[in-house]
Ligand binder design. Structure first.
Ligand code: SF4
Length: 76
């Protein structure tokens, strides 16, 4: 299943933990907010992605199905 990482920018408090745990996919901007690579997370990195999602202290990070994300964009 293709999954992408998605950040809720309103909930995110810029803790930066996600970038520490998943640097292959997430970097931080100058204010400490995550910049997430677009596109599906490769299978070999899924465990890292889940670890970052689970560690976010404000539940701002999610793994979503790629198809669902596309639909969400259309309706936004
Ligand atoms: S761990 Fe959560 S709160 Fe911290 S920067 Fe990442 S998404 Fe934002």
């Amino acid at each position: 299943m293709n999954e992408t990482v998605r950040v809720n920018p309103i909930a995110c408090d810029a803790h930066g933990l996600c970038a520490e745990l998943f640097p292959e996919w997430i970097s931080l901007d100058d204010w400490g907010y995550p910049i997430v690579r677009p596109g599906p997370v490769p299978r070999e990195l899924k465990e890292h992605a889940r670890r970052a999602v689970d560690a976010c202290p404000v539940l701002a990070l999610r793994l979503v199905q790629a198809a669902k994300q596309s639909r969400a964009r259309v309706s936004e």
